[in-house]
Design a protein around this ligand. Structure first.
Ligand SMILES: N[C@@H](CCC(=O)N[C@@H](CS)C(=O)NCC(=O)O)C(=O)O
Length: 361
């Protein structure tokens, strides 16, 4: 029995796992999470409804895209996904954090405010492949309700939508400029950061009808990158030498420092308050109270979600492990991108995953 990936074309994190697996040359069968599969395979083995889930050829289950990547990297160390140079590795984790936990905001906004009717037909075709279009639409609405319900929690409101769209279009412009020089984030082959970014940029922003038209119109280079990365291309070619961080990534990292890090800092404070009275090794709630945030110059409130702190922890760990010379270069980069706060950022408690859920370490 080979590896199975339970995942779907409509799912953000399935795109991340799929692109990585293709690039890594892993053979796998992808199975769509129909309601029956959700119950018998995913909820039965993972404990909650989520994709992607990998069932390895050993029968073991893996959830969370970073863990999926980790498992296959351990099995096959040829052509590692991480750049391997210390500052590039650190920035790779920062980009994963930005992609997984900040670019999800425009991804969800465009899907649910510009592609809603279309996406119901897609969810429906997945849930009930043999039903009539009308039945599929109704089935799709039921499946979609759960995801649609996440939208207000992300802070998508009339007040923030202009900022979300402005920030997304700026991101497309910045990434296009980068892609004029390099075909991938760190040079001439794909690496960890590309697989981070493909998540929010494939299913929602390329494959969804209206979003895909927008991307192809305003950022054809990004659309072309999406096509290459989702296909698993970029296997050969050199990474940027000397652990250099290309200038063209700086505008993107500056936005991350200005917008996402303050939200994570506010989240960390609420996490700290919760952790003070939590039992050791407790499961961590998925969210705390609401926090203020700003994107594209517009401010609102969003739920303080705990999972982004876990992605941040990976970046902070990579930073903490830097040797003095590398750390000096990382610090110079942080100063340049307005990320000085990261130098002393301490999570209020260490996080881990236990039983496929976030928990205190
Ligand atoms: N951090 C997880 C996120 C997975 C995730 O959020 N998957 C979405 C679909 S793309 C989902 O199933 N969400 C259900 C939920 O969050 O309750 C990963 O990297 O695998």
């Amino acid at each position: 029995m080979g590896h199975i990936m339970y995942g779907s074309e409509m799912s953000l994190f399935s795109g991340k796992a799929r692109a990585y697996l293709r690039w890594k040359g892993v053979e796998f069968t992808e199975i769509a999470p129909t309601p029956a599969i959700m119950k018998s395979e995913i909820i039965a083995n993972i404990g909650w409804p989520v994709v992607p889930v990998i069932k390895l050829d050993t029968g073991a289950y893996v959830q969370d895209t970073a863990d999926i990547i980790d498992v296959f990297e351990r099995r096959d160390s040829t052509r590692p996904v991480m750049p391997g140079a210390p500052v590039q590795n650190f920035v790779s984790y920062l980009i994963q954090l930005f992609a997984d936990e900040w670019l999800t905001l425009p991804a969800m906004h465009y899907r649910w405010n510009h592609n809603e009717e279309w996406i119901y037909t897609q969810f429906g075709a997945n849930a009930a492949p043999d039903a009539s279009p009308e039945e599929q639409y109704e089935a799709g609405k039921q499946v979609g309700a759960r995801f649609h319900g996440f939208v207000p929690m992300l802070g998508v409101t009339d007040a923030t939508i202009p900022g979300i769209e402005q920030a997304y279009e700026q991101f497309l412009a910045d990434f296009s400029t980068h892609l004029e020089i390099y075909p991938y984030v760190f040079g001439h082959r794909a690496s960890f950061a590309d697989f981070g970014l493909i998540g929010p940029l494939y299913a929602h922003q390329y494959r969804d009808k209206y979003s895909g038209e927008l991307m192809k119109r305003v950022a054809p280079r990004v659309a072309n990158w999406v096509e290459r990365v989702i296909a698993g291309d970029g296997k050969d070619g050199d990474l940027i030498p000397d652990d250099a961080i290309p200038e063209t990534l700086l505008p993107i990292l500056k936005v991350q420092m200005a917008e996402q890090i303050p939200a994570l800092s506010a989240t960390n404070d609420l996490f700290g308050t919760w952790a003070e009275t939590a039992e050791p090794l407790s499961e961590v709630p998925r969210g705390f109270d609401m926090i203020p945030f700003t994107t594209g110059g517009h401010s609102g409130q969003c739920a303080a979600r705990s999972f982004p702190l876990y992605r941040l922890q990976d970046a902070l760990d990579a930073y903490a492990l830097l040797h003095p010379d590398d750390k000096a270069r990382a610090d110079a980069l942080l100063d340049e991108i307005g990320g000085g706060a990261l130098k002393t950022f301490k999570l209020k408690a260490r996080l881990t995953r236990r039983n496929y859920k976030l928990a205190l370490a």
